[in-house]
Design a protein around this ligand. Structure first.
Ligand code: NAD
Ligand code: MG
Length: 297
């Protein structure tokens, strides 16, 4: 059977021609992506790297968060899934896969851009899982806006609340519960160092996430809690079809990378697993770039 360890050419491992133009309202659904994304449903093979761990994954319903949640479960972790209420269907699909892996799935719909809801999400996860030792912050908001004149304060606020404030609230709320050995993984972007002109607010939040993570990693290292970052390049997810990119850019999406195509969420899940697992125990404050070969600082 093919799995993530199967030797293959990354250049043509997945779709190399462009994606069809499409648009979804709201956060978008994995169930409506055309073509569907690969989250490792049929391929991710666990090897007990996270046995008995208790994870909270934000944005776990779709895209990169879904791939991480599936991988965590197959590596032996129970997983609490945070997502927006509009994404209930996607979240239930992920919960079924977590349970099929023999692990507990906890469904936590809520808007983490609202402080009370973000903090409540963490408390519910701790309560349902009986503790917490792995926090993967994957949720994010990205809305393209070509002209600064059209970037509203409302959007600027929402992007910062979702991508930066929620991280602060969630990590702060989780800290009292995280034991030595716990791992926090935040999700940045190639946009942090190579910002696109139409993603001014989003790219700025992603650089903030990098810097917040590096500061926090130093603060928490003596307590045995590690903080690392995964920085994706272009991945085929609902975020990109729900206003993350101009619709007409989708046919070219990802083709600017040296590998020449967009990534699939299944291809980034192993980065989260590595940073979650004790095998990366001497690594903190670092950023793992998974971006098809684009140069990073
Ligand atoms: P996605 O749409 O599948 O996932 C983003 C998730 O964020 C949504 O599913 C939603 O559940 C969650 N979310 C957004 N606003 C929220 C809110 N207010 N409350 C609760 N949850 C909320 O898209 P994705 O591409 O898998 O995105 C995951 C992460 O990867 C994001 O942080 C994104 O910035 C980052 N990223 C993605 C790409 C890419 O090309 N897809 C590139 C770089 C970075
Ligand atoms: Mg989603």
């Amino acid at each position: 059977m093919t799995d993530q360890y199967t030797f293959r050419n990354p250049v043509d491992a997945y779709k190399t021609t462009g994606y069809p133009e499409q648009y979804q309202d709201g956060p978008g659904l994995a169930a409506e992506l055309d073509p569907p994304a690969d989250h490792g449903e049929d391929t991710y093979r666990g090897t007990e790297r996270l046995s008995g761990r208790r994870a909270l994954v934000t944005g776990a319903d779709s895209g990169i968060g879904r791939a991480a949640a599936i991988a965590f479960a197959r590596e032996g972790a129970d997983v609490a899934l945070s997502y927006l209420p509009a994404e209930q269907k996607d979240a239930e699909d992920v919960a079924a896969l977590v349970e099929k892996a023999g692990r507990q799935a906890v469904l936590l719909p809520g808007d983490i851009s609202v402080e009370d809801e973000a903090r409540h999400t963490v408390r519910q996860a701790v309560q349902a899982l009986g503790g917490l030792d792995l926090l993967a912050n994957v949720a994010g908001k990205q809305q393209q806006q070509p002209a600064l004149e059209d970037l509203t304060t409302e959007q600027f606020d929402e992007t910062f609340k979702t991508n930066v404030y929620a991280l602060f609230w969630i990590i702060q709320e989780a800290l009292p519960y995280l034991p030595a050995g716990a791992s926090i993984i935040n999700t940045s972007s190639i946009q942090a160092y190579s910002p696109a002109p139409h993603l001014v607010d989003y790219a700025t939040t992603k650089m903030a996430i990098n810097t917040m993570s590096k500061a926090l990693a130093q603060q928490l290292a003596p307590r045995g809690i590690r903080v690392n970052v995964v920085a994706p390049g272009p991945f085929w997810t609902p975020l990109q079809t729900a206003g993350g990119q101009p619709t007409e850019a989708l046919p070219e999406f990802g083709q600017e990378t040296p590998i020449g195509r967009a990534g699939q969420p299944a291809e980034i899940a192993p980065a989260y697993v590595y940073l979650a697992s004790a095998e990366s125990g001497y690594t903190t404050g670092d950023t793992l770039n998974v971006n098809g070969g684009m140069p990073t600082p």
